[in-house]
Write a protein that binds this ligand. Structure first.
Ligand SMILES: Cc1cc2nc3c(=O)[nH]c(=O)nc-3n(C[C@H](O)[C@H](O)[C@H](O)COP(=O)(O)OP(=O)(O)OC[C@H]3O[C@@H](n4cnc5c(N)ncnc54)[C@H](O)[C@@H]3O)c2cc1C
Length: 292
């Protein structure tokens, strides 16, 4: 299939891109890595009158440390995030999740911001950003606003971004000392979207007591699911196998995933519980410095 006709617009600055979006609104779509948008165009599932290509805008692809945060520009290629030493050292959860996204050819073109903006319910990055308490920065000609993952992801392939807004960067807090994290997923074949995936972080104090824990899941609902109440059960005591088992049980119980062609609701609930247990056990080992 070929896409329907559109005007192809190539701004060379962020201001120019925002002005074009302000002018064309819902009639426009932005093109980042094209790994999701181009198939949608070719199948004629989206029919924008104007396509605004972000690839000639300089500076939107930076990965940098800034005042206790890591800042990842929307146009940073997924492969650049995967291979960044800064990310590996300061945000190991993200580094661990990156190779699970499709195949290397896809990550060479696909962007960090594109994956979040596309908001596929089985994508890895939305769950990672949710688990890390990241902020998603949106900009329009009128200014900037910052949203949490809860505020940004509103439904299946749907975000809170207005048609006139661009996702420009994501701010992730640098992982604190004595924090372990782990990302695990189950998919049918390597490179497939996750049937279920889980991103966890766990922080210990000097006595080995858990002071913070987060569990975010993908593939179990229309948006990433942040299992706040279940994760809270681990805080205030050591992350013993029994305590971790209890979190896994609560996560599984709290989910209401749909059944589909790929897996039943019950299967996804079970797998979510098992993956949560395994990921938290691994995160606890890493927080204690027992494994990498
Ligand atoms: C074979 C295959 C396997 C894949 N497997 C996985 C996988 O396992 N896990 C996974 O997470 N993904 C997977 N993907 C998707 C891949 O990660 C895409 O790169 C990603 O979903 C979209 O990023 P992109 O940069 O290509 O965005 P594009 O395809 O260019 O855009 C996607 C959507 O986001 C919008 N958009 C893009 N950037 C912005 C921005 N800065 N501001 C506002 N809106 C924006 C576009 O308008 C469009 O609606 C796979 C893709 C393919 C083709």
């Amino acid at each position: 299939m070929k896409p329907p006709r559109f005007d192809y617009l190539v701004p060379t600055s962020l201001d120019e891109a925002l002005a074009l979006l302000g002018q064309h609104g819902e009639e426009a779509k932005v093109l980042a890595g094209g790994q999701s948008l181009v198939p949608l165009l070719n199948f004629r599932l989206v029919r924008p009158a104007h396509l605004v290509d972000l690839n000639e805008i300089r500076g939107l692809d930076q990965i940098r440390a800034d005042d206790g945060h890591l800042v990842i520009g929307a146009m940073a290629r997924q492969r650049a995030v995967e291979t960044s030493t800064l990310i590996r050292e300061r945000c190991p959860l993200l580094a661990e999740a990156m190779p699970q996204i499709g195949h290397v050819q896809i990550r060479n073109r696909g962007t960090f911001g594109g994956s979040l903006a596309h908001a596929d319910p089985a994508a890895e990055l939305p769950a990672v950003v949710a688990a890390l308490g990241g902020e998603i920065v949106l900009q329009s000609a009128r200014g900037r606003r910052r949203l949490s993952a809860d505020q940004f992801f509103v439904g299946y392939l749907t975000t809170a971004a207005e048609p006139t807004e661009l996702l420009v960067e994501v701010k992730l807090p640098v992982t604190p000392r004595r924090t372990g994290s782990a990302f695990l997923e189950v998919s049918r074949r390597h490179g497939d979207f996750a049937l279920v995936g889980v991103a966890t972080t766990l922080t210990l104090d000097d006595r080995g007591v858990c002071t913070a824990c987060s569990v975010a899941l993908t593939g179990v609902g229309p948006t990433p699911v942040l299992a706040r109440d279940a994760a809270r059960a681990l805080v205030g005591g050591p992350p013993s196998p029994q305590a971790i088992e209890e979190v896994g049980r609560r996560v599984s119980q709290g989910l209401r995933p749909d059944s589909d062609l790929h897996a039943s609701s019950e299967y996804r609930k079970d797998v979510a519980g098992v993956l949560t247990r395994r990921a938290l056990a691994r995160a606890a080992e890493r927080a204690r410095g027992e494994s990498r």
